[in-house]
Design a protein around this ligand. Structure first.
Ligand code: ADP
Ligand code: MG
Length: 589
């Protein structure tokens, strides 16, 4: 008895579809790539219900003839490969002639296409691999392909889809990857009737700004290098705009998005200790290498790539990024990571340390215009305090007397530690962590009982987000109101901020809110505590005075007094040590 069957094409296509189109985003990727292969300059993506009900891609590319419009749905129908050799020289995007056949096997597809020199276009309806109709039609030059009811005949796959917000974020990710590399083309994305992105052709930096908001223009350093092996072009984020996740890291090789852990490590390595713990840079880097020097796995959904000369590439990339950080950044000297312990080097034998002297301005008036304020923003690292030049004695013989800390003179060391005396010894206080604790405690009690202290902005600020972030921000709005933020959504992804917490001075609101959302997403993922705790922790971290910020005597004293008024003065909201006490007996040694 013979038991071998040849599968009908429709079944074979369905199986192939499982590889190419595992979710709506997979179809989006194939359609966008086809439009770019067809030399379109404007590509519009329309989705409904995260692509479940509709994915439509409209382009102004070269279009298809009547018979190509039918043929393109056949398996192994492609205009891009003629011989097996072509596989190795391929420069276009898709290359197996499988995408449309696969999509047509698992959806109801409508194709309308017209070549520029034809007067009439053609419309093809195809459903589950069967052509339902083809007829002439009046349509713009180019191609419009609508994929309706994806997986209508594959319930197992349909049921496997995640909720709309998840599927849509996959689509957005595909859209970002494609539009970042093809910044010279125009793209739009609309979802459920609303425009999410409207991207005009432009430079890479303009494209980054179009996707992530204009604030990104100020956050990026350019990287550029041309060597025999590789040419590198792109942007990396300034260290102070690092993020809590690796979500904004893009490397493209020869116009293709790839994942390459070693290259990503090369970029991160270049930042060295400029990044705070658990922070990651954003980067958008395009590499161009001789195609014979790489092996891109030819599976269309794979994003891996092997380089012949990986070590050299790693080294070049790292030093190029490092150079650009060093060239543009004033902050390279400043180390951001705060050590867990304060390590004081032991004094040489027989050495009596000179009495520390402190400098302060007796005429200081905190309410006088122009007097230094605590700054939210990172500043240039100050020169380390010059102990010799300062005067005004405050001998350290008072160690045993309980002294309210606020009245004690403070000394700032390395722009990051405050040294002051307590009855129990010498206290070394991490200024940033201390401030974080103070703000956190205030925010938490404010949310509970007191009404928020808000300041109305002189000039309202527009902040724009990705669709997913905008939705989350909408959800968190009542919580943020409790802190003193006032904001109104305008359109789908933009918010106008009209007021902020009073204690928030000169901040980049766009960056602050983005970080807040990133932190919030991170903390909900780790099932951290309460919403308000997570938000307060993020806000406190962002509002706190940074290491490297010069503090006046009054500011230090206020900070110390405020810190000691906190019930948990010893640890920061994220659990890091704030104070180290050097006991009198240790001082004697
Ligand atoms: P591949 O892209 O690998 O060739 P596809 O199934 O994605 O396979 O597409 C099959 C063929 O259909 C392409 O080779 C191309 O000739 C034609 N085609 C698909 N989309 C478009 C489009 N938007 N504009 C013009 N031609 C297209
Ligand atoms: Mg294709």
């Amino acid at each position: 008895m013979d038991i071998i069957n040849i599968l009908p094409d429709s079944v074979a296509n369905q199986i192939a579809a499982g590889e190419v189109v595992d979710r709506p985003a997979g179809a989006v990727k194939e359609l966008l790539e086809n439009s770019m292969d067809a030399e379109a300059t404007q590509i519009d993506l329309v989705v409904k219900d995260a692509g479940r009900t509709l994915i439509q891609v409209i382009d102004n590319g070269k279009g298809m003839s009547d018979s190509d419009a039918r043929l393109c749905f056949e398996r192994h129908a492609t205009s891009k490969i003629h011989r097996a050799d072509d596989l190795f020289a391929i420069h276009t995007m898709g290359f197996r002639g499988e995408a449309l056949a696969s999509i047509a096997a698992i959806a109801q597809v409508e194709l309308r296409t017209r070549q520029h020199d034809s007067e009439l276009g053609t419309q093809v309806l195809i459903e589950g691999s069967h052509i339902v109709s083809q007829q002439p039609t009046v349509c713009p030059a180019g191609t419009s392909l609508s994929v309706k009811n994806l997986f209508f005949n594959v319930p197992a796959r349909r049921n496997f889809l995640k909720k709309d917000s998840v599927e849509f974020s996959h689509i957005e990710e595909v859209f970002r990857r494609v539009t970042l590399i093809h910044h010279d083309l125009g793209f739009t994305l609309s979802s459920n009737g609303k425009t999410v992105y409207d991207l005009k052709p432009g430079t890479l930096l303009q494209r980054i700004a179009g996707l992530y908001g204009n604030a990104y223009k100020e956050r990026m350093f350019a990287v550029e290098e041309q060597t025999d092996l590789v040419s590198i072009r792109g942007f990396v984020s300034r260290p102070e705009y690092s993020r809590r996740t690796r979500s904004e890291q893009y490397i493209f090789v020869n116009g293709r998005y790839i994942k390459h852990p070693a290259l990503s490590a090369a970029v991160e390595r270049a930042y060295g200790d400029l990044l705070p713990d658990h922070s990651y840079p954003s980067y958008f880097i395009g590499l161009t290498v001789d195609p014979s020097k790489i092996d891109i796995n030819i599976h269309p959904t794979k994003t891996e790539v092997k380089f012949v000369d990986e070590h050299a590439l790693f080294a070049i990339l790292r030093s190029v990024v490092k150079r650009s950080l060093g060239q543009f950044s004033l902050a390279t000297e400043l180390s951001f990571d705060t050590p867990e312990e304060f390590n004081l080097p032991p004094a040489p034998k027989g050495y009596t340390p000179p009495m520390p002297h402190l400098k302060y301005d007796p005429d200081y008036n905190p309410f006088k215009a122009g007097s230094s304020q605590m700054r939210m923003k990172m500043e240039r690292p100050e020169e380390p305090a010059n102990l010799e030049r300062m005067e005004s004695p405050e001998p350290l013989d008072c160690l045993d007397k309980p002294i309210p800390p606020a009245s004690n003179t403070c000394l700032q060391v390395q722009g990051r530690y405050i040294v002051t005396t307590l009855s129990s010894g010498l206290a070394l206080i991490d200024q940033q962590r201390a401030h974080e604790r103070i703000i956190y405690d205030r925010l938490m009690t404010q949310g509970d009982s007191l009404p928020p202290v808000s300041q109305t902005l002189l000039f309202p600020v527009n902040c724009s987000f990705s669709a997913a972030d905008a939705e989350l921000l909408g959800e968190l709005m009542p919580d943020l109101k409790a802190y003193g933020f006032e904001m109104t959504p305008v359109g789908q992804t933009t918010f106008v901020v009209t007021a902020t917490p009073a204690s928030l001075k000169e901040a980049d609101l766009q960056a602050l809110l983005e970080q807040l959302l990133t932190d919030y997403k991170g903390s909900t993922m780790q099932k951290f505590s309460h919403r308000s705790e997570s938000l307060s922790r993020s806000l406190a971290r962002q509002m706190a005075v940074r290491a490297g910020t010069h503090l006046s005597q009054e500011e230090m004293q206020q900070l110390v007094a405020d810190l000691f008024a906190c019930p948990m003065a010893e640890v920061s909201p994220s659990g890091k040590k704030i104070i180290t006490i050097v006991k009198p007996e240790e001082l004697l040694k």
